[in-house]
Design a protein around this ligand. Structure first.
Ligand code: 47G
Length: 325
């Protein structure tokens, strides 16, 4: 099988949500290549926390089966989290169907999620080795359906301020220009982890330096080594590290330089305008490039990914591919 589902950006392209049917009930989920749990808002949560969301009601699904011995709890790098119980149910993404997918029904979610009123949960697309269900670890939607897909891959086509798509099982050549360049993925941390080999700022010269990175659709910004971040903002008049904001800010009227990442031996360019992420005040804007301190690797999040067509190849030698949109 193969299929396509649309994604729609939240404000500032902070996240991208896709309609998914779970036991015949449609929820809008954040597809996250940085985690491996499919969890949903549910009727098991306090009613007040459900308000404004579409929720999964396992009792009203004719295809749900409680996995009563299993539970889950997840913490994300931004400090948010959720926990709950587990059901097996039918999950449909576009036209791709998992007849019995582990659906992690939330009993509790952290305040950061409650604030995202259109987000009804996450669909993890990292490797199942980091799924949090205990005592019996479960597979991601992609791993559940992979053997039934025409090709064992999915693609991400995220756009700046406009709907895009995720495709499963095929590469739509109309969604990119030029060629796709691939980088080998190291799956030992359960992530789409690769090594970028250099960078350039604007029209500046290319600096060859390897940096361990992940492709993460569930992270909004582009997190890079501190020396690369300093080199970038060193080219921006009025840029500053503002500890009260927790990162670099730029004047909102800046003409920001492009950022070029060298991956798979090719140049992949983020337009400077994508690096003006969101206004903080009348004149100050939060930078879309921030330091990766404390994360342990660089994170190619939506600020970068929305300039690319990205292939997540789950074959026996996993790799990520990037092409210009
Ligand atoms: C609070 O919102 C989120 C927290 C964590 C992730 C996964 N990186 C996605 C979210 O939308």
């Amino acid at each position: 099988q193969q299929g396509e589902v649309s994604n729609t950006p939240e404000a500032h392209d902070q996240s991208y949500l896709c309609p998914v049917t779970v036991g015949g009930q449609t929820l809008n989920l954040d597809f996250d290549t940085g985690s491996a749990d499919l969890w949903v808002y549910s009727t098991l949560m306090p009613t007040s926390e459900q308000r404004g969301h579409s929720v999964y009601n396992p009792d009203s699904s004719s295809s749900s089966n409680a996995q009563s011995d299993n539970s889950w709890t997840i913490q994300y790098s931004d400090g948010s989290g959720a926990s709950g119980t587990v059901y097996a149910d039918k999950v449909v993404v576009g036209s791709v169907t998992a007849t019995s997918q582990a659906v992690e029904a939330a009993t509790s979610v952290s305040s950061a999620f409650i604030k995202e009123t259109h987000n009804d949960g996450l669909l993890g697309l990292a490797f199942s080795s980091i799924n949090t269900v205990q005592p019996t670890q479960q597979t991601t939607f992609f791993d559940t359906v992979k053997s039934t897909l025409a090709k064992p891959l999915f693609t991400a086509h995220l756009k700046k301020g406009a709907p895009g798509s995720y495709d499963f099982g095929y590469i739509d050549t109309s969604k990119y220009t030029g060629s796709i360049t691939y980088a080998h993925v190291d799956t030992s941390n359960g992530l789409w982890e690769f090594t970028a080999s250099g960078y350039a700022v604007g029209s500046g010269s290319t600096v060859a330096t390897p940096y361990d990175s992940i492709a993460d659709t569930g992270t909004s910004l582009l997190y890079l080594p501190t020396e690369i971040v300093a080199a970038y903002y060193g080219e921006v008049n009025g840029a500053m590290y503002d500890s009260s904001q927790g990162g670099y800010t730029v004047p909102c009227d800046s003409n920001l330089p492009d950022f070029v990442a060298i991956i798979g031996g090719s140049r992949h360019t983020v337009p400077g305008s994508y690096i003006n992420y969101a206004p903080i005040s009348e004149t100050s804007c939060f930078g879309g490039i921030q330091a990766n301190d404390g994360i342990g690797h660089s994170v190619f999040g939506d600020v970068f990914l929305k300039s690319q067509f990205v292939v997540f190849d789950g074959s026996n030698s996993p790799r990520v591919g990037f092409a210009k949109q």
